[in-house]
Design a protein around this ligand. Structure first.
Ligand SMILES: [Zn+2]
Ligand SMILES: [Zn+2]
Length: 216
């Protein structure tokens, strides 16, 4: 069986560069640079597809070999995941994304680094407790949607009792592109100023694009 890390690394590496003359990986129809993706569950690779092929695999409850990556961007209130929740999850860094891997039957966590996505520890007990208290976090399609979570530097917030955490629900292909971009910019031990600027920019852009979770 493929490990979750292997899975994410392969998808990261397989993220195709946009090209004007791209064709659907399923039916060979020409598609533009802005096209949807499906995850091939067997090889865990990302495939570029036309709208018609994409629509064949949008049923999130079906047992399908391919799964359409939804085009859904959600933001959550600042207190959705508190610093206390974060500590309980046992994720050793301040920025990570989590998703449910249906092949493993559990949540997995990854964070971006100089070599791509790195699998993180994740306390499944703490995660279950968190979604019991915040059920809005549990509305996540298996394998194709992820929660990207950032905890600001705590030293900035020492006097306010705890920093606000940023939480976004993003399509998995967007998360892998994010990881790829961080990797490209990584310098030195902690990524350096380019990574920091890129991450800030990314959160600003994604927050602007997202609608608040629960809103209709
Ligand atoms: Zn097609
Ligand atoms: Zn593509």
């Amino acid at each position: 069986m493929t490990s979750a890390f292997e899975v994410i690394r392969r998808i990261t590496n397989a993220t195709p560069a946009p090209a004007a003359d791209e064709r659907c990986d399923m039916c060979d129809e020409p598609i533009g640079g802005d096209h949807p993706h499906v995850v091939n569950m067997e090889g865990r690779t990302l495939m570029c597809v036309c709208r018609g092929c994409y629509l064949l695999f949008t049923d999130r409850d079906a047992t399908l070999r391919y799964r359409a990556v939804p085009d859904r961007f959600l933001s959550f209130p600042d207190d959705t995941i508190t610093a206390v929740d974060w500590d309980a999850l046992e994720i050793p860094v301040n920025l990570a994304f989590v998703f449910r891997n249906s092949a493993l039957g559990r949540m997995v966590a990854f964070y971006p680094g100089p070599a791509g996505a790195i699998e993180s520890d994740l306390s499944l007990t703490a995660w279950r407790s968190l979604v019991e208290r915040r059920p809005v976090l549990d509305d996540l399609a298996d394998d194709v949607e992820a929660l990207l979570i950032r905890l600001p530097d705590r030293t900035d917030h020492a006097r306010t009792g705890g920093p606000a955490t940023e939480v976004l629900l993003l399509p998995i292909d967007v998360c892998y592109e994010f990881v790829a971009q961080v990797r490209l910019r990584w310098r030195g031990f902690d990524g350096g100023s380019d990574v920091k600027a890129y991450v800030d920019e990314f959160f600003t852009a994604m927050t602007a694009r997202a609608r608040p979770a629960g809103a209709r």
